[in-house]
Each structure stands twice: as C-alpha cells, then as structure tokens.
Design a protein around this ligand. Structure first.
Ligand code: SAH
Length: 342
C-alpha cells in the first residue's frame, strides 16, 4: 500500500479530490501525519474518510526497533520499515537546538573502508516519506519541549546518490503545514559526488553542504574512499565553491582523523593549498573505531595538535565534540550490533 508520508500537500490535495473530498482536508491530514497520529486518531476527519484512507493507504511511519540512550542525552534509534529494512537515526541535544541525524539509504554504494553503513553493500533507497518518518518518530518519542529544530543528513547512505527522494524530503520537512523546519537548519553531508553537488546548487535551497574529505590528496583518498576514483579533489572543491556562491552557505569540510594516515605536516600543507580559497570550516572527527578495519583512531592530543596546525596554516578548524560515545555512536554500528545478535 502507498504511504501518505510520501505525499506533498499538493499531491495530498489531488489524492483527496480523487476520492471525492474537499482539498482543504489535505492540510488536516498533513498536520496529523507530522504528529505521528494514526488514521483512527485524525478526529477532525469524518469516519468515512478515515475508513477510506485506511483501506487504501498506510500512514508510512517507521517502527522503533531499539533505542539506546546516552548519559549526555543523545539517543540512537534503530528503525524498521514494512519490508523489514532497517536504518538508524540519532537524536542529539546541542547548544543550538535539538538535532536529528537521519539515514537516506539502506546500506550504501560508496564503500568507504572506515564506514559501517556500507559494510554490507547497498540494499535500497529510502523514499522521501521514509526519511521524514524518522524525524516524526523521534519527535513523538521525545515529547513536548524537545522537538527537533535541526536536521543533518549524515546517517546511513549517500544522500546525493538518492537525489530525487532527498530533495523531496527537504521540501516536505520544510513545508509550512508540515514540520516547517528551516532549510538553514539543515545540513547535507556527501562523500563528494561533484556532478550532483552542481545539480543541488541549482535547486536554490539554502541547506548547509558538508563534504567528507578525509584526505588531502587524491591518491591517499582513494585508499579509503573509492569515490576518489570518480571525482578528483579539485572537481569536488570547485563544485563546493560553486555551491557556496549560489547558496551563500559556508561549506563544512569533514575530516576523520586517522592515526598516522592523514594527520601529518604534509597533510596540513596540502589541505591549506586545497582549501584556502574556499569559504569553509574544517570539522575534525577522531576516527570512530570499527571492528574489522585496520585504521586506528589517534590519541586525543594528536587530534588537537593537528587542529592547531590547521589554524596556524590559516584555516578555520575545530574538533567536533563527540556525542553518545557510550552507545554505538557511529553510523551503522547499532544495526551491525543488532544483526549480529540475531
Ligand atoms: N554519505 C555521506 C553521509 C553519511 S556518513 C558522506 O559521506 O558524507 C557521515 C559522516 O561520517 C561522513 O563524513 C563519513 O565519512 C563519516 N564516517 C563514517 N564512518 C566513520 C568512522 N568510522 N569514523 C569517523 N567518521 C566516519
């Protein structure tokens, strides 16, 4: 059955008109859906409309399979959809607001060696409604006063490899009669699909773009990120610069610091050359150790020393505050854990 969360307000209007209903009902349906209510709870709709909807559609919600709560307030969710596919989301309370990190695909095609999400390959894209369902479920689970204000598309999957559904999701979650979350409160993280970044710039959505760089030369990058064989760093940075010029949003560069691999003085020099002309901020993330991968997380002081070197080289850089480190924090780890128990 089709899921109503996949429908925009205009699409809901058409759907309701086709079932002989007034178009203003669409707004009411949408307002219930974003609160996570079931058809039976949509009390301002007639009983016959509720029955009709129930007979033809599902709401499209995601089922919570498991929740892990950290001491710092971070909560990690494992969700299942009707077909049994599972993804993760993370709820974080940050100083600037309540943030959710959502997944955009089941599995991932990109094959970054340090990442658990792609370890078992790609299964399928999430629909726009399935991405939205994660936000709705986490909102409903956390209750009043802890509503989500910020979204990062940094969970499982490569958002720009699921382009149409992700762009539709951005419009759905931003809709006035939906959750109405501002585009400026949303970040999209990509491993650097330069062609898609150019296309995304054309959408005119003021979303913050994060680039997962993780290495400062193409050769080194290709050792950990196969996507480096498709797009060079020059192409990616040029696309990022174009995105900045179109959107006015400063670019975030994500850099997972890997012990003895990408944290040397030569890396600082290469990063300086690559990034100095770009309006960007570098976010350093100590590698999250994944069992089965030879790469190592550096000592904390090395990450801070590397950050210092970048600052001295004229780049804006900080070490990202790690959240929920007492629970399976990095993407894909909770699903891995759950599946290995089964
Ligand atoms: N596919 C997108 C978004 C999902 S991953 C992207 O590549 O940006 C979100 C971020 O977590 C990316 O920067 C990714 O490279 C990083 N990441 C994945 N596994 C990690 C690990 N084990 N340690 C640190 N960062 C990791």
């Amino acid at each position: 059955m089709r899921k109503l969360l996949d429908y925009s307000l205009d699409e809901l209007k058409t759907l309701l008109e086709d079932t002989g209903e007034k178009p203003f009902r669409a707004k009411q349906v949408m307002q219930w859906l974003v609160q996570g209510k079931r058809f039976d709870e949509m009390t301002n709709l007639s009983l016959s409309l509720r029955r009709k909807l129930k007979g033809r559609y599902t709401e499209g919600y995601a089922e919570i399979v498991r929740v892990l709560a950290s001491k710092d307030g971070t909560k990690k969710y494992l969700f299942a959809f009707e077909d049994g596919c599972m993804v993760e989301s993370v709820f974080m309370q940050k100083d600037y607001g309540n943030t959710i990190c959502v997944s955009t695909q089941v599995g991932c095609r990109m094959g970054c060696v340090f990442c658990a999400s792609g370890a078992n390959g790609f299964v399928r894209n999430l629909t726009a409604g399935e991405i939205l369902a994660q936000v709705i479920a986490v909102n409903a689970d956390n209750g009043e006063g802890r509503a989500i204000t910020n979204i990062v598309l940094m969970g499982m999957g490569e958002p720009l490899d699921n382009y149409d559904n992700v762009v539709k999701f951005l419009r759905l979650v931003n809709a006035r009669d939906g959750l109405n979350i501002g585009m400026r409160n949303i970040s999209l993280s990509t491993c650097g699909l330069a062609g898609k970044i150019d296309r995304f710039a054309q959408e005119g959505l003021p979303v913050t773009l994060s680039i997962s760089l993780h290495a400062a030369s193409d050769g080194k990058r290709a050792q950990v990120m196969p996507v480096a064989n498709r797009y060079s760093l020059r192409e990616i940075i040029s696309a990022a610069n174009n995105y900045f010029l179109k959107s006015g949003r400063r670019i975030i560069i994500e850099y997972a610091v890997i012990d003895g691999f990408n944290d040397g003085t030569e890396d600082v020099e290469l990063l300086r050359e690559l990034l100095l002309g770009l309006n960007c901020h570098v976010n350093l993330i100590p590698l999250n150790d994944n069992s089965g991968v030879a790469l190592k997380a550096p000592a904390k002081r090395r990450v801070y020393a590397f950050c210092d070197m970048l600052s001295k080289a004229g780049l804006s850089a900080t070490v990202r505050k790690s959240m929920g480190s007492d629970i399976a924090g990095a993407c894909g780890q909770l699903k891995q854990q759950y599946q290995s128990e089964k």
